[in-house]
Design a protein around this ligand. Structure first.
Ligand code: CA
Length: 229
């Protein structure tokens, strides 16, 4: 049941150390060495927490924290800023930008893990790991399994991510562009048509028992996952 931490840090030795410490403590880590890569890694399924270095190539950690708070899907991901600076002003700037906590280098691994756990406890428990079910279609994030009335379904990783996004954001219309941003990532260049291809595959994968009817085309707008036919 490992929680996923996105580790944004440009210095490889620190990143390696952090990743080691976190994995030892039972977290799964996703690594990013600069601003752009961090944004690329911010896709479905989103991390449970972000450990964010202050000084990054391509943009500052403060900038990234601010942009996270502006977007619907990343707004609630807790952020712990990581920095060599100990100035009170910087601390305030980090917290103003939306960071949930702040830790100054050098820190002990034990302290860091304790802070991460505290922040995770504080934020509303994300339903990231809870099975989600609609009309007999069940998605289990922990095992990455999808079942239709207890029958296991087979699908590719993109279809799985797409379905996970839909099932966690039901009854809302998303444009192809919004789906691309959330499932493929903002910095990835993919044509809008790609979405249609994966929607088609997803419908086929869940269509055996008619669940494909929940993936609805909304003309001129995009797609919607809905239990209302
Ligand atoms: Ca740095």
């Amino acid at each position: 049941m490992s929680r996923r931490v996105l580790l944004v840090e440009d210095e490889a030795p620190i990143r390696d150390m952090l990743s080691f410490v976190l994995e030892q403590s039972g977290f799964e880590t996703i690594e990013a060495e600069d601003y752009d890569i961090a944004q690329q890694k911010l896709v479905e399924p989103y991390p449970d927490l972000i450990l964010l270095d202050w000084m990054l190539p391509g943009g500052s950690g403060v900038q990234l924290a601010k942009s996270l708070k502006q977007h619907e899907f990343t707004r609630d991901i807790p952020v712990i800023m990581l920095t060599a600076r100990g100035e009170e002003d910087d601390k305030i700037r980090g917290l103003d930008a939306g960071a949930d906590d702040y830790i100054t280098k050098p820190f002990s691994p034990k302290e860091l893990v304790a802070r991460i756990k505290a922040v995770m406890r504080r934020v509303t428990p994300t339903s990231n790991e809870q099975p989600i079910e609609f009309n007999g279609l069940k998605l289990e994030p922990i095992s990455h399994r999808v079942m239709a009335n207890d029958e296991a379904l087979d699908m590719g990783p993109t279809e799985y991510k797409l379905l996970h996004f839909f099932m966690t954001h039901p009854e809302r219309v998303y444009s192809r562009e919004q789906l691309l941003d959330n499932v493929w990532g903002t910095n990835v260049y993919v044509e809008d048509r790609t979405v249609d291809v994966h929607i088609r595959r997803l419908r086929k994968a869940i269509g055996g028992q008619g669940h494909d009817a929940m993936i609805q085309t909304v003309r001129g707008a995009g797609y919607r996952f809905s239990t209302k036919l």
